[in-house]
Design a protein. Structure first.
Length: 235
C-alpha cells in the first residue's frame, strides 16, 4: 500500500468483547454478512450466554436463602434459572454419598457438571453448597468456564452460623454425635479470589441478592431495565 493509507483492524478480543458480547453488529468492512451471522450464532451477546452463580460458605451462612431470592430476581429479568441446592441434590443426585472428603468432592463435582451443562446451553445455574475445599471449587470453575462462573462467598462467622442453627447440627457436632462437620472438626477453606463476598450480619438476604444482580448487570449478563425516556421509537 502507498504511504499514508489508513488501515482498519479489529482484534479477536475486540470482536468478542466490544461487538459480540454487546450485541453490536460487526462492520461490513471487517467480514462478510454470512460470516458475521455465523459468529453471532456461535457467540451470542453476554445476556444470552449461560452463567453459573456458585454460593459457598458454612452451614447456616445463608446460602440457600439468598440463592432463592436471587433466583426470583433473575427470573423477573428474563433469565431461565435452575437452582441447585446442596441439601436437595444430596437426596437425589448424590443419594448414598457420605461426608468423607472423597464423597464431598464427588458431590460438588456432580453439581458442577450439571451446572456446566446448563451454562453450555445458555441457561443460568444458581448453586448453593458448602463446598468447603478450594481445589474442588476451582475444578468446578474450570468445568463451567472461568468467564461464566461467579463465586459468591457467603462470609458468615462460625459463631453466627451456630446461633442460627435451627437443625441443631452444630450442637450435635460439638457433642461428638456428628463427625467431620465443616467448621467444627473439618476445615472450611475460605475463597481467595471470590468474585463477590457477602456480609450477612449487617445486610439482609434481599440486599445481598440485589448486590449480586447489580454485579451481573454491570458485566452484561443481565440487561438493565430501560429507563423512562430511553425508548427512541416514534409513533
Amino acid at each position: 500500500m502507498p504511504p499514508g493509507v489508513r488501515t482498519a483492524a479489529i482484534s479477536g478480543t475486540e470482536v468478542r468483547q466490544e461487538y459480540l458480547n454487546n450485541g453490536r453488529a460487526l462492520p461490513s468492512w471487517f467480514t462478510r454478512p454470512e460470516v458475521a451471522e455465523i459468529l453471532v450464532e456461535t457467540y451470542p451477546p453476554r445476556h444470552k450466554q449461560g452463567i453459573c452463580i456458585w454460593f459457598t460458605g458454612l452451614s447456616g451462612a445463608g446460602k440457600s436463602t439468598t440463592a432463592e431470592i436471587l433466583t426470583m430476581l433473575l427470573q423477573e429479568h428474563g433469565r431461565q434459572v435452575t437452582l441447585l441446592d446442596g441439601d436437595v441434590v444430596r437426596t437425589h443426585l448424590s443419594k448414598g454419598l457420605g461426608f468423607s472428603k472423597e464423597d464431598r468432592d464427588t458431590n460438588i463435582r456432580r453439581i458442577g457438571f450439571v451446572a456446566s451443562e446448563i451454562v453450555r446451553h445458555g441457561g443460568t445455574a444458581v448453586c448453593a453448597a458448602v463446598s468447603p475445599y478450594r481445589a474442588t471449587r476451582n475444578d468446578v470453575r474450570n468445568m463451567v468456564g472461568k468467564d461464566l462462573y461467579v463465586e459468591v462467598f457467603v462470609d458468615t462467622p462460625l459463631e453466627v452460623c451456630e446461633q442460627r442453627d435451627s437443625k441443631g447440627l452444630y450442637a450435635k457436632a460439638r457433642r461428638g454425635e456428628i463427625t467431620g462437620f465443616t467448621g467444627v472438626d473439618d476445615p472450611y477453606e475460605t475463597p481467595r479470589h471470590a468474585e463477590i463476598r457477602l456480609d450477612t450480619v449487617n445486610h439482609t438476604a434481599e440486599e445481598n441478592a440485589h448486590l449480586i444482580l447489580v454485579y451481573l448487570m454491570e458485566r452484561g449478563f443481565i440487561r438493565r431495565p430501560m429507563a423512562a425516556g430511553d425508548d427512541t421509537r416514534h409513533g
